[in-house]
Design a protein around this ligand. Structure first.
Ligand SMILES: [Zn+2]
Length: 644
């Protein structure tokens, strides 16, 4: 989200410390008070005082939000904007082209402009908790690097709510849980850092210290809609502490003064996973971590977002670092930013026990199979899914497999597994991707929050330092080119192969039963080529697969199968019985307001992906997911609780 792509390669490789930039210190700070008192009514308020000089001024709200990889700023939800100076209202006009900009004329004699604004909030908020991502309320001078703009934040939350954030409370040595009705003041920072420092506030708020022997300090801050949900299981807390220890061992550096995992457990506040340098905003359902089965679909959430503190926040592709939140970000290297994080997040989840090693392999099989059965790969290279990331976020699942989605995450996971096993093979097991991470993500040693951009050439050079090889070609071959098949070389070099079985793996079964949204429902992708929600609605049809050849389309709903009313079991039975039968599977379908029939000419039985050990092969995959540290269990009584 910043400037460095304009600098020379040599300069771009140097850490750019926020503290050496004089501009932020010389100007008086903007003062912003965020008022979350109305959070249960889905409204946030802000009072902002901006230092100004007489004459024209352009103020702006954020558009390209770091980590979202798209222009997702909330300008359309900002309301009630009133500017005053010396008690007089000042007129404003929105820019005709950049709709995020407000133009004003500051009168003579005015040095402080006051702005009031409200934001209508539709996600990350419920009756009992709220997450403030500061871009919802920020307003600051346009055309100025946001790392140069000083700002002092304050916060008001509903009476009795606890607060979790990586921001430093002013004058306080400990972590703030404000008394009813009080305002918490935080130390001055920059607009860049404030945007990167969300707040979690909630009535049922707990703060759990993690891995006490590791420095700096790590906390898990959790808020839920019901009191019992945020009293997290000791086993889960022990696994998150293991995660902190495993990350410490893997990266051997850190780029934060303190780290806060912010976590909501709510069916209302929505799912989320947004990385920040010193914290992460994580949202799962009410019961998301209530037991091991619910945990599995979310098992790599915290490890993924935590990894981003190193990969994505500290080290960022130069094109994704812009001087302000108005300049478009360039997604071309998201297969490193997200793809390598996807790989490392899953490896760390397995090393810390957030998922078992068998679950790691099952989920990896599901990922590899999904990519292999994505016909969009026949026309679209993986790099294009990254370049076009902002077009591919969200959207309709219809023909998703022919369009491709944000495959740079999962293609990246396979690519970095391929690289990891290749390094292990090239060096006779002496080196691994862990060694590369220590170089690439640890450059400059321990730092505070900092953004150090990189280029493709630096990435290839650092890989080469660990194991000499033509890494530029290795990466180009897998990213820029059309590849009809998924990259399963890492799995195979790791001692396994992708196979299809007639029963889902234990993990696939658990995810189907406990996952939410697109992770629930019946998956007959590898047999008849259909993905369904649990009521029989067809989410997607495999391009050129058996159901596609029967002219079935996404959005149709299955009413009956072979003359029997639809249920998951009825369809499964029909697919199973297709083996050895000459009859097609006969479907009755609702297509918009019409009824139609389709005959699927398929006779292969059920098919679900799994990894199978290859006897006698190297066991790199098992080696990769073995813990680096000794697991410890955290005593339960270390949690601080506001609802008891
Ligand atoms: Zn990510």
């Amino acid at each position: 989200m910043m400037l460095l792509r304009f600098l020379s390669l040599a300069l771009a490789a140097l850490p750019l410390s926020l503290s050496v930039l004089p501009a932020a210190a010389e100007r008086p700070p903007i003062r912003i008070t965020a008022d979350l008192s109305d959070a249960p009514r889905k409204l946030y308020h802000a009072e902002i005082d901006l230092p100004v000089s007489p004459g024209p001024i352009t103020l702006i709200t954020p558009q390209w939000i770091p980590g979202t990889h798209m222009p997702a700023g909330p300008a359309g939800s900002i309301t009630g904007v009133v500017f005053t100076a010396n008690g007089q209202a000042l007129p404003w006009r929105r820019d005709d082209v950049n709709l995020y900009e407000f133009h004003l004329i500051i009168p003579e004699g005015v040095t402080t402009l006051h702005a009031h604004l409200d934001c209508i909030v539709t996600s990350r908020v419920s009756q009992k908790l709220a997450v403030l991502e500061w871009e919802k309320l920020l307003l600051y001078p346009a055309n100025t690097p946001v790392r140069d703009i000083s700002i002092q934040p304050s916060l008001i939350v509903p009476a009795g709510w606890g607060v979790g954030t990586a921001l430093t409370p002013e004058g306080a040595s400990s972590y703030p849980v404000p008394a009813a009705g009080t305002t918490t003041h935080f130390a001055a920072t920059t607009v860049e850092q404030l945007e990167d420092s969300p707040i979690l506030a909630g009535e049922y708020f707990h703060e759990y210290p993690l891995a006490p022997a590791i420095s700096p300090k790590h906390y898990l801050d959790v808020a839920s809609d019901y009191p019992e949900d945020s009293r997290l299981r000791p086993a889960f807390l022990a696994e998150v502490s293991n995660l902190v220890r495993e990350a410490d061992a893997l990266y051997a550096s850190h780029h934060y003064h303190v780290y806060h995992f912010l976590l909501t457990l709510s069916d209302v506040a929505g799912g989320e996973g947004l990385e920040h340098g010193q914290s992460s905003d994580n949202g799962v359902g009410e019961k998301g971590f209530s037991d091991a089965a619910h945990q599995l679909p979310e098992a790599d959430l915290l490890s993924h977002e935590f990894t981003h503190s190193w990969n994505g926040k500290y080290r960022r592709p130069a094109g994704l670092y812009q001087p302000d939140f108005a300049t478009p970000q360039h997604g071309a290297m998201l297969w490193v930013y997200e793809g390598m994080t996807e790989y490392l997040g899953n490896v760390l989840a397995a090393r810390s026990g957030l998922k078992t090693q068998a679950q790691y392999r099952d989920v990896l099989a599901m990922t590899a199979a999904r990519l292999e059965y994505t016909p969009g790969r026949l026309w679209r290279p993986t790099e294009d899914t990254a370049v076009a990331a902002s077009l591919l976020r969200g959207g309709n699942p219809a023909w998703y497999n022919w369009r491709r989605g944000q495959d740079y995450y999962f293609e990246g996971e396979l690519l970095w597994l391929d690289a990891d096993t290749l390094i292990r093979k090239l060096t006779g097991g002496k080196k691994s991707l862990d060694d590369f991470e220590k170089i690439f993500l640890g450059k400059g040693g321990n730092t505070g929050p900092l953004i150090v951009p990189y280029t493709f050439d630096e990435l290839a050079a650092d890989l080469n330092q660990v194991a000499p090889y033509d890494w530029a070609k290795f990466l180009h071959d897998r990213i820029d080119k059309i590849n009809p098949h998924a990259d399963v070389e890492g799995i195979e070099r790791g001692g396994y192969k992708l196979v299809f079985r007639d029963k889902p793996s234990a993990s696939e079964h658990t995810i189907e039963a406990n996952g939410r949204g697109s992770r629930s429902g019946l998956d007959c992708w590898y047999s008849i080529g259909l993905r369904l929600s649990s009521d029989g609605q067809i989410r997607d049809v495999l391009w050129n697969g058996p159901a596609d050849k029967a002219r079935i389309a996404p959005g149709y709903k299955i009413i009956a199968v072979n003359g029997r009313m639809f249920s998951n079991d009825v369809l499964r039975d029909a697919i199973r019985e297709s083996k050895g039968s000459r009859d097609p599977i006969h479907l009755l379908l609702q297509a918009d307001d019409f009824i139609r029939t389709a005959d699927i000419d398929y006779h292969g039985g059920e098919r679900y992906p799994a990894l199978e050990r290859v006897d006698g092969a190297t066991d790199y995959l098992d080696e990769i997911i073995a813990p680096l540290t000794k697991p410890e269990v955290i005593p339960e009584d270390q949690s601080k609780q506001t609802d008891q």
